[in-house]
Design a protein around this ligand. Structure first.
Ligand code: PHE
Length: 338
């Protein structure tokens, strides 16, 4: 019985078969149980011998079964691992990645530059109050310079901001000068009632800059703008300041960069004069400071507003501003970024 059991266990290759063997040999109705049950009919001398033998056989078989089970389990795991193996050397499926919009590449680049100079990046609402967009910026209701920026009005007092300059007023109002100077930029979308063509868009971007402290001069403005122009267009670039007019700066300037290879409308002018206009700037008007509760006898500084769309057009020779919002993948794909 002992040998027969061991032999069968050795030949069993499935769990189920092993279970059958266990029931057959060790179960309640199996020969061993019967033998042990029959002990009562044996003599006192025979009893311990038969008992010991039956126990050994039972333990032996039980152990053999446990062993065989373990082996079967191991084999099963090994087989599972073998079939589920991943071939890491197989080429993966390529995912088509989008690209960061060329305008945002320029904007992020300029932001990073100014963060490095210790400026704070501030955001303002695109749906703005007339109060901040115009009045606080020294443009009262009947001011003729309002005509410079054709406005989408939502109501008498609410409009789509025409410039990022209202963020100057919002930030000035809140700034606590006892904690130090104010240095901020504010990137974002602006809106103007314009008929869209190659060089006009009803929606474009600006980055506003504002620095207010006790001894800021126009030389600081020029240095900052020169650095910006060279950062974006290359170190050989020059800038030039021309007198201009904005209600919120005095004196006001328009800033040109020296020409270089570019395409599009802007470059016709560029080739003719050697310069191309890229932004407006100036020394912050005392009314703007006073409107926001800042003492203009103590504090002053500069502000600028630059157009990332213009920058991108010049940098990459893009000749139609509408490309920026048409979302044609063939256009966008050309600017893979870093
Ligand atoms: N807000 C002006 C514009 O949109 C640009 C500007 C900003 C000019 C700051 C001077 C100072 O035309």
């Amino acid at each position: 019985l002992h040998r027969q059991g061991l032999q069968q266990i050795k030949e069993a290759h499935e769990m189920e078969k092993l279970n059958q063997i266990r029931v057959q040999f060790l179960g309640k109705k199996g020969p061993l149980s019967q033998a042990l049950r029959g002990m009562k009919d044996l003599t006192a001398e025979q009893r311990p011998k038969v008992g010991a033998l039956a126990n050994t056989v039972r333990d032996d078989l039980q152990e053999a079964i446990d062993q065989a089970k373990k082996q079967l389990e191991q084999k099963a795991t090994a087989a599972k691992l073998a079939t589920e193996k991943i071939d890491v050397t197989l080429p993966g499926k390529k995912r088509r990645l989008g690209t960061k919009h060329v305008i945002y590449q320029i904007m992020d680049d300029i932001e990073a530059l100014f963060i490095g100079l210790g400026y704070e990046v501030v955001n303002g609402p695109e749906v703005e109050e007339d109060h901040y967009n115009f009045e606080m910026m020294n443009l009262p209701k009947d001011h003729p310079a309002r005509d410079m920026q054709d406005t989408f009005y939502i109501s008498d007092e609410i409009l789509m901001r025409t410039q990022t300059s209202p963020v100057q007023a919002r930030t000035l109002e809140k700034h606590d000068f006892s904690e130090g100077p104010l240095k901020m930029i504010s990137p974002g979308k602006v809106y103007r009632r314009d008929t869209d063509d190659a060089t006009h868009s009803h929606q474009f971007n600006q980055i506003e800059g504002l620095v207010i402290d006790k001894h800021i001069t126009m030389a600081d403005l020029k240095g900052t703008l020169e650095l910006t122009a060279r950062h974006i267009f290359g170190s050989e670039r020059e800038i030039r300041l021309r007198p201009s007019y904005f209600p919120f700066t005095e004196p006001s300037v328009e800033v040109d960069v020296s020409c270089f290879a570019c395409g599009g409308e802007g470059c016709k002018v560029c080739k003719f004069t050697g310069w191309i206009e890229v932004l407006g700037a100036g020394m912050v008007h005392q009314n703007v400071l006073e409107n926001a509760g800042v003492d203009s006898k103590v504090y002053g500084g500069f502000a600028f507003g630059l157009g990332p769309d213009r920058f991108a057009m010049l940098k990459y020779g893009i000749n139609d501003i509408r490309n920026f919002y048409l979302n044609d993948v063939r256009f966008l794909e050309q600017f893979k970024g870093e």
